[in-house]
Structures are given as structure tokens and as C-alpha cells.
Design a protein around this ligand. Structure first.
Ligand SMILES: Cc1cc2nc3c(=O)[nH]c(=O)nc-3n(C[C@H](O)[C@H](O)[C@H](O)COP(=O)(O)O)c2cc1C
Length: 169
């Protein structure tokens, strides 16, 4: 298993240390390297490092409080102009968000997926906070920072979830 997959965990505490610009770029490169239906790449990203904006985003829903302690967060957006078939973009952005988090782990950084889409109330709050045009749909927020917490590996392998050829109970 890739080391980043093995040790990535949702980490919600961060120390006061700047995330280097080169690392942010590498993380965004990984996010844009994800597979997407028909190669549409229907994503855009807002990198937030302004404390006031981080604080506002941390209030978008009740499980987002840790955003305000992060050094940066990356808001993953869907671009409606690039939506080809209904629903495909949701899968594309899931792949992109996962790539983004795995690269953060690979760079020695902590991160945690904060859900935005499909909750309209949360989508609207994030849209308003970031002043997004109608064509951009906020999908997820990923706070990123250095942390003192350890990435503890939890083995989730479960043979009972694997089926071969036909499904057997
Ligand atoms: C679609 C999705 C939405 C999530 N939303 C939140 C969230 O809003 N706030 C949060 O603290 N964690 C959120 N998480 C993180 C999960 O709680 C976490 O991945 C899960 O508990 C497994 O723990 P692990 O990431 O450490 O392996 C979300 C994860 C996913 C995939």
C-alpha cells in the first residue's frame, strides 16, 4: 500500500507554522492529476490563508470548527461550465479531493475533509463567504497545517466485504 494512503488520517489540530508555497503547489498539482469523467477536469480551487476568512469558513457547519486553527484551507469547487453529465462531477471532485489530501500527507502535513456539497445551506454560506459566482459550486473544504498529532494507522481491511464473481451473503 502507498505510505500516504496508509498513514493519512483526519487531523483537526494544527500548530502555528506556515505551510510552504511549494508544498501548496504540489498539493494542487496532485488534486488536478485526478481522473475525471471524459477528462473534463471540472474543478477549481480557492486557497485561503486569511485568518478572517478561515474563521468565517469555520462557521459554515458544526463540524468545521477546526478550519480556523489551520494555516490554510483549500476550498474545492465544481465548475458548472465543465459539467458534462448529471452527477459525474461529484465523483470527479471526490477523486480530486482525495488526491489533494494524500499529497498533503505525503508532504508531512495534516488535513481533514470538511463536507460542503450537497447541503444547500452550507453551499450557500461558503459561496457567500468567498464571493463565488453562480457557476462555481463549493464541494469540500480541506484545512491543512502542520500538527503535533501522529497519524496512527488503523487497519480497516475487512475480508467479509470482498466478493468474487457473484455476491454471496
Ligand atoms: C465526504 C466526507 C465528508 C466529511 N465531512 C467532515 C466534516 O464535515 N467534518 C469533519 O471533521 N470531518 C469530516 N470528514 C472526515 C471523516 O469524519 C473521516 O474521514 C472519518 O471519520 C475517517 O477517519 P480518517 O479520515 O481519520 O480515516 C468527512 C469525510 C468525508 C469523506
Amino acid at each position: 500500500m502507498l505510505e500516504a494512503i496508509k498513514i493519512r488520517r483526519s487531523i483537526r489540530t494544527y500548530i502555528n507554522k506556515k505551510v510552504e508555497e511549494e508544498k501548496i503547489e504540489e498539493i494542487l498539482r496532485a488534486a488536478m492529476q485526478a481522473p475525471s469523467s471524459k477528462g473534463a477536469c471540472p474543478w477549481e480551487f480557492v486557497v485561503v490563508d486569511d485568518n478572517e476568512v478561515l474563521e468565517k469558513l469555520s462557521k459554515c457547519q458544526h463540524r468545521a470548527r477546526h478550519i480556523k486553527y489551520a494555516n490554510i484551507c483549500i476550498v474545492v469547487l465544481g465548475n458548472k461550465d465543465k459539467f458534462i453529465k448529471p452527477g459525474k462531477w461529484i465523483q470527479d471532485l471526490g477523486a480530486s479531493t482525495q488526491n489533494l489530501m494524500l499529497e498533503a500527507t505525503n508532504q508531512g502535513l495534516a488535513s481533514c475533509w470538511v463536507g460542503v456539497f450537497p447541503k444547500n445551506k452550507v453551499v450557500n454560506k461558503v459561496r457567500e463567504t468567498l464571493n463565488l459566482p453562480e457557476k462555481l459550486v463549493p464541494y469540500a473544504i480541506v484545512p491543512i497545517g502542520y500538527s503535533e498529532e501522529e497519524n496512527v494507522f488503523i487497519d480497516r481491511f475487512d475480508k467479509s466485504k470482498i466478493h468474487r464473481n457473484l455476491y454471496k451473503k
